[in-house]
Design a protein around this ligand. Structure first.
Ligand code: SF4
Ligand code: ZN
Length: 150
């Protein structure tokens, strides 16, 4: 196995299960794209320590989005592992619940963006949005008076 710190570095024998890994000495396919991923998955499919390997990946990559995960571990590619991660799932649930307009998330209440939206749509302005807007105005006038004094 090559010495990428993202690899399930089974040749290092750091864990007792490394000695039984089906991928010992064969790292490259685990970090390639496209067809290699399928080959890697097949090797994992017959690996007796697949669960240990996946558990280790889930620990090492805990909370990371899929684009910060690399290679095939325990038979799963980065996207599949990210989907299994409870923190990543919670974050994506949260994003799903954000109201959207034209594909973009709407600014949540309590922001200047939401205040301006309420005004544009002639909606009543709630306290949180009013407070965010007042804060913005106060910051703007502080900046303006600093500039004038300079
Ligand atoms: S599950 Fe796959 S990556 Fe993990 S040790 Fe086995 S063969 Fe290697
Ligand atoms: Zn609001």
């Amino acid at each position: 196995m090559t010495a990428s710190h993202y690899a399930p570095d089974t040749l290092l024998g750091r864990y007792e299960w490394h000695a039984r890994a089906a991928c010992r000495g064969d790292a490259k396919i685990f970090f390639g794209a496209g067809g290699l991923v399928d080959i890697a998955r097949r090797v994992c499919g017959s690996c007796p320590v697949r669960q240990q390997c996946l558990d280790q990946a889930m620990r090492l990559e805990s909370g990371l989005a899929h684009d910060f995960r690399f290679g095939v571990w325990g038979g799963l590619d980065p996207k599949q592992r990210a989907r299994l991660d409870p923190d990543v799932r919670a974050r994506s649930e949260k994003r799903k619940n954000v109201p959207r307009y034209g594909g973009k998330p709407l600014a949540p209440c309590g922001t200047r963006g939401a205040y301006e939206r309420h005004k544009r749509k002639r909606e009543p302005v709630d306290d949180a949005c009013q407070a965010a807007y007042d804060e913005y105005l106060a910051a703007r006038s502080t900046r303006a008076s600093r500039k004038a004094a300079a």
